[in-house]
Design a protein around this ligand. Sequence first.
Ligand SMILES: Cc1cc2nc3c(=O)[nH]c(=O)nc-3n(C[C@H](O)[C@H](O)[C@H](O)COP(=O)(O)OP(=O)(O)OC[C@H]3O[C@@H](n4cnc5c(N)ncnc54)[C@H](O)[C@@H]3O)c2cc1C
Length: 463
Amino acid sequence: MSTADTIAGRDLAALRAAVAGPVSVPGDAGYDQARQAWNLVADQRPAVVVEAGSADDVAQAVRYARARGMRIAPQGTGHGAEPLEPLDGAMLLRTTRMRQVRIDPAARTARAEAGAVWADVIAPAADHGLAGLAGSSPGVGVAGYTLGGGMGWLARRYGLAASSVTAAELVTPNGELVRADEGHEPELLWAIRGGGGSVGVLTALEMRLYPVRELYAGALFFPMARAADVLHAWRAWTATVPDEVTSMTHLLRFPPLPELPEPLRGQAFAVIEAAYLGDAGAGAELIAPLRALGPDRDTFAMIPAAALGQLNMDPDQPVPTRGDGTLVADLPPAAIDALAAVAGPDAGTALATVEVRHLGGALARPAAGGGAQPSLAASYMIFAAGFAPTPDAAAAAAAQAQAVKDALAPWHAGYDYYNFAETPAAASAVLPPASWQRLQQIKTSYDPDRVIISAHPVRPDRP
Ligand SMILES: Cc1cc2nc3c(=O)[nH]c(=O)nc-3n(C[C@H](O)[C@H](O)[C@H](O)COP(=O)(O)OP(=O)(O)OC[C@H]3O[C@@H](n4cnc5c(N)ncnc54)[C@H](O)[C@@H]3O)c2cc1C
């Protein structure tokens, strides 16, 4: 008998009575929509989907699953659905209905429920001249992004988002709603600060915000044919910039879709994107060496912090995509040549996006009171992905992303960045060794039976 069968009838009625949000099982009209992740490549087929409406719903759902020996996969948007363990027989516990955000302008903090996306934080924080440490896409979930570290446009100045978490509310695998902050459950707080979502189901996060109203930011577009030169010049420039500058080179191939604006549709570019926490005069001086390369298009200007979400041109609607990322200790000219060979104009690749993000600055300095990812011991992060509307396209994108990783293997930093590692991997492959070993001990204390399913699982430390 399958788990779906075991939760039919009276048992299912008990679950529906216990939680206020919708509950769907295979065969229900709402099941397909409820199980759908943002990444349309992920074909999630859990035994039951619970769309929690509150922390109490989460606790009830966890207790229900626990009592029936069912594993639980917490999920918000499903941007990070690709590396998840299989969901056979499991409960997919979605928090998408829990999107309340409260800003405390005096304390410069935000409290976001576990289903909030960054757009839900960015707008109300901006009303007070504040910004959170969002990533490049405002549609990404605050919870999953922060649990995996969280690097955005303010990263070299303010570090990983995980290090700005001040408190978390979560339901432990025992079904108990607890608060983890400086004075309570310090091990859980440590795990949540970058160790992924394997120790419980988050219901809310509290985090520091920063006084950022405007920045000098934009993009320089070059033809893809100039990718190698652009990468070399940008790499040399990154060695000269202060922590107030966070930047990347982005090799972009736009599909020939009618909804894209004419200058981008079907075109390929090498783009340098940067955000500078400062004024236009100093910003223009800083990027002068890049402007001297003669871009075809230059969008640098003072912009509101809330507009940073458009800078990277990430897809704002669900798409099928497959990719992977890696961290490199350095990116010498030979590494750039290797990257250009597999991702540049002559590579014959269909990769829609290849990002090379500059790390260092605050990302390299262990945060005071930091957790499982207190810093990133790497100089650059590379992420490559392609659209995957068919199984063949998905296989090609996966192979081409792997080729990028292989080409950079000689400069590998020793582990990959949790959030951009989209191939299923153990926690040991995406966290520094000391971190995953401590995380393993915490998992053993809080979830010895591996009830919680997460990306990049950490296994309890037991024979
Ligand atoms: C377009 C795009 C842009 C991105 N840009 C950036 C970027 O700039 N910087 C960056 O660092 N990353 C970035 N990412 C990666 C992103 O941070 C990860 O995919 C992250 O996992 C997404 O979090 P989510 O909550 O939206 O996704 P989900 O798939 O909902 O969650 C991912 C994982 O987080 C855990 N999780 C989520 N909610 C909970 C919860 N309530 N309790 C316990 N565990 C939970 C689970 O393990 C879950 O599998 C980007 C991804 C995409 C697709």
